[in-house]
Write a protein that binds this ligand. Structure first.
Ligand code: NAD
Length: 505
């Protein structure tokens, strides 16, 4: 059936402008699939350039009043938003499962981590405090204040349709900016639900807008003169493009990209605990997490028992629709993505890896929907495509090395630097790894070291373009600009003309 036929009878996902849903007139749309059934369940409108301009105009108009709103009032509305998201955790999670496919418990976890970012943003009056130096010169005081940027935009990926927007907009709004969300066109509905909660929280119309769209919308946001900053999360090629284009147009940009996260396992590691962690981190959310472990680097004799323990656990993973109680792994986002992920198993075999478990042999692969079982590739080498590429699916590679320094060099030579983990019982070795490794987020016996909301999230190398990490204190820095004021109050008694350069001493 052609896409036009499929979408004729299903619901549409609209923009959200000025506090209400607004239908697009662009005539362009994209299918939103139900990955668990393989059926089209909605179509999402894709904005035209004119529609993006209308969204930006609405955000620009809302900015002066929002910026002038008392910090305590902004905080109050954020507290209300926090309460509303908390009260609607399950409804948001269900939307995520319906469109993304992840299990409901995983989706609840996503909402919980997003909520922590809203909680952090409630503390913004404290976070926006500047500095004050009395008597920086005689009768002169110097102080720094932080002010919002204006209209800022967030462009988000399909794999965290609620959490990643919350990484961004809590801080952006708290700091006094108006925010435009451009969600992934593959699972766009959560964005509208969040927009409705923002409205219910009492945040004025236009302060939070949503524009549905694809490259057309992104490109317009990147070049629009009234957009001051862009926060992006997605794949590395698009992150690089967004960073280069946005900064060329004079915008502040933070662009988080893809990943290839390694788990280094030393010979003294606890095999059972390490295998549990590897399986959870590699196959949770069907491997569609930027912090998923995709490579285990096994040092020395640990490889054989570890591979056996992982294999044993894979056989027990329950795969099925995310809304069905008890399932641990859902489908992938689209059929094309599922097939691309599966193709790495053949490529790995052809390049000399050992396919210990082939996800296509799992009964789930034959179901309706975009399911694929977990795959385990052993004896992988860095020259192989399954090692080089971010697969973004339930495929775990095992690389065997003799020594720690070989493992470390491999991790540091990798172009990505999002997360890296070490599993060991040796505190000195773990500390050395933390010192040595070129990655922005490090786990010590923790496979997915996503920082809590009061630290900031970000990788190194090709995993992040820009200077500031996302959320937490660096998020506040990103969404504000500093102004330094030097002030003297008239003292008629000491006033005189002095054409020399102002001096402090
Ligand atoms: P993606 O790069 O395809 O899309 C991300 C966003 O960019 C979407 O909103 C999409 O509409 C837009 N986009 C896509 N193609 C574009 C183009 N040619 N021009 C302009 N805009 C475009 O990413 P995805 O597939 O939605 O998400 C998965 C990727 O995101 C993975 O690579 C994953 O590692 C990464 N990711 C990274 C982090 C992180 O924190 N570093 C977090 C989550 C996901």
């Amino acid at each position: 059936m052609a896409i036009a036929d499929v979408t004729a009878s299903i619901g549409t996902v609209n923009h959200w402008i000025g506090g209400k849903p607004v239908a697009s007139q662009s005539g362009r749309s994209s299918v939103v699939w139900n990955p668990a059934t393989g059926e089209a369940q909605a179509k999402v409108r894709l904005a035209s350039v004119e529609e993006v301009d209308a969204v930006v105009a609405s955000s620009k108009e809302a900015f002066p009043a929002w910026r002038a709103t008392a910090l305590s009032r902004r905080t109050e509305t954020l507290f209300k938003l926090r309460e509303l998201v908390d009260a609607n955790r399950r409804r948001i999670a269900e939307l995520l499962t319906l469109e993304h496919g992840k299990t409901l418990s995983d989706a609840m976890g996503e909402v919980a981590r997003g909520l922590e970012n809203l909680e952090f943003a409630c503390g913004v009056p404290q976070l926006m405090k500047g500095g004050f130096s009395e008597q920086s010169s005689r009768g002169v005081d110097t102080y720094q204040i932080r002010q919002p940027l204006g209209v800022v935009a967030g462009i988000t990926p399909f794999n965290f349709p609620a959490m990643v927007p919350m990484w961004m907009f809590g801080n952006a709004l708290a700091c006094g900016n108006t925010f435009i969300l451009k969600p992934s066109e593959r699972d766009p509905s959560a964005s509208l639900f969040l927009a409705e909660l923002v409205r219910q929280a009492g945040i004025p119309d236009g302060v939070f807008n949503v524009v549905q769209g694809d490259k057309v919308a992104v490109d317009r946001l990147l070049e629009h003169p009234d957009v001051q900053a862009i926060s992006f999360v997605g794949s590395t090629p698009i992150a690089r493009y967004v960073y280069e284009t946005g900064t060329r147009n004079g915008k502040r940009v933070q662009a988080l990209g893809g990943a290839k996260n390694h788990m280094l396992v030393l010979p003294d590691a606890d095999i059972e605990m390490t295998a549990d962690a590897a399986v959870s981190a590699a196959y949770g959310s069907a491997g569609e997490r930027c912090m998923a472990i995709s490579v285990v680097v096994a040092v020395g004799a640990v490889a054989d028992p570890l591979v056996a323990a992982i294999e044993e656990r894979i056989a027990k993973i329950k795969i099925g629709p995310g809304l069905e109680e008890g399932n641990e792994m859902g489908p992938l986002i689209t059929r094309e993505h599922r097939d691309r992920v599966a193709s790495y198993v053949d490529k790995a075999e052809a390049e000399g890896a050992t396919v210990t478990v082939d996800g296509r042999a799992n009964a789930a692969y034959r179901r309706e929907g975009f399911f694929l079982g977990a795959s385990l590739l052993d004896h992988v080498e860095p020259r192989m495509q399954c090692y080089e590429d971010e697969i973004f699916g339930p495929v775990l590679s095992v690389v065997r090395v003799e020594r720690y320094d070989q493992a470390l060099r491999m991790i540091n030579d990798n172009p990505y630097g999002n997360g890296a983990a070490i599993f060991t019982r040796d505190g000195g070795a773990a500390r050395q790894f933390q010192f040595d490794v070129d990655a922005g987020m490090v786990g010590i016996n923790v496979p997915i070291p996503v920082p809590v909301a009061y630290y900031s999230f970000g990788g190194w190398k090709a995993s992040l373009f820009g200077d500031l990490h996302m959320y937490g204190p660096e998020g506040v820095q990103f969404y504000t600009k500093a102004k330094v004021v030097t002030s003297r109050w008239p003292d008629p008694g000491s006033s005189k003309i002095d054409l020399g350069f102002p001096q402090a001493r």
